[in-house]
Design a protein around this ligand. Structure first.
Ligand SMILES: [Cu+2]
Length: 274
């Protein structure tokens, strides 16, 4: 009975809003055209129950093996999952203060079971966000909190960036919007890439998980999760454009993930939505 109650709580806490061009059945320009229709479908329903377990209680600086068991509402394992951007499950791991971010891919072992090693840099609370599509269902997002023991670090406060240009791995990345960012209004995010030294536009971005980039956006309270895919998945730069709609006012952290020369890089931004 206790397990049942806990599962129920996990299901409830998994009710997140997904918006933006973030669904997966459509590609490229169609993605945007279907945006409205898809948005209704991705409301998380009680299609599945997730059981989250670690092989040992998680400790900072030690990788723990996480198992996620996905069962249907009658308790039977979900037999298969749709490929979604080259993976059957995407797992985002963020610290409570959003200072750390991991995007990893649990391996499907059959019988509804996924396994992955999860790294935790320090002690504290982490939110795990699983994003997947059962073979006969719609996209599902469910979340789970985990308390990590061991060495602590100071909590970082989330402050909006005054400058939306960052330098990562020798690349200068600027985030801009096509208009003022307001709640419930679709906005276009443009990531522009230059070589940090020569200032030359970067035009050799490589596909990462089947698209030029992936953008994950999480609200300050970690309750809102947006996974956004590009409008033109095939572009190589210097611009990568994404559409999204922020569902509530407040501060959000945005992580853009891109690839060049075989290496994935992650660029974080913090913005305020009024
Ligand atoms: Cu992923």
């Amino acid at each position: 009975m206790k397990t049942k109650t806990m599962l129920g709580m996990i299901v409830l806490s998994g009710v997140l809003i997904l918006s933006g061009c973030n669904t997966n059945e459509t590609k490229g320009t169609n993605e945007h055209a279907n945006h409205q229709a898809n948005q209704d479908q991705v409301k998380v329903e009680e299609q599945v129950h997730l059981e989250w377990s670690f092989n040992q209680s998680p400790v900072a600086n030690q990788e723990g093996m996480l198992t996620i068991q996905v069962n249907d509402h009658s308790g039977k394992p979900v037999q298969d999952f749709k490929m979604n951007h080259e993976k059957k499950m995407h797992l985002i791991v963020v610290s409570e203060d959003l200072a750390t971010f991991e995007h990893i891919h649990p391996e499907f072992k059959g019988q509804g079971r996924f396994e992955v090693m999860v790294p935790f840099a320090s002690a504290g609370k982490y939110k795990l966000i699983a994003d997947f599509i059962p073979e006969n269902g719609n996209q599902i997002v469910q979340t789970h909190w985990v308390e990590v023991q061991g060495e602590k670090r100071a909590k970082q406060s989330l402050l909006p960036d005054s400058n939306l240009t960052k330098v990562i791995d020798g690349k200068e990345i600027t985030l801009s919007f096509d208009k003022q960012v307001k709640v419930n209004e679709e906005v276009m995010l443009n990531f522009q890439f230059k070589d940090a030294k020569s200032k030359k536009p970067i035009t050799d971005l490589e596909p990462y998980l089947g698209a030029v980039g992936h953008v994950v956006i999480i609200s300050e309270d970690t309750e809102k999760y947006l996974h956004v895919h590009p409008m033109d998945e095939a572009t190589k730069g210097p611009d990568a454009k994404f559409h999204t709609t922020f569902p509530e006012k407040g501060i959000y952290k945005i992580w853009g993930q891109f690839q060049q020369n075989g290496k994935v890089f992650t660029v974080p931004f913090v913005v305020k939505v009024s």
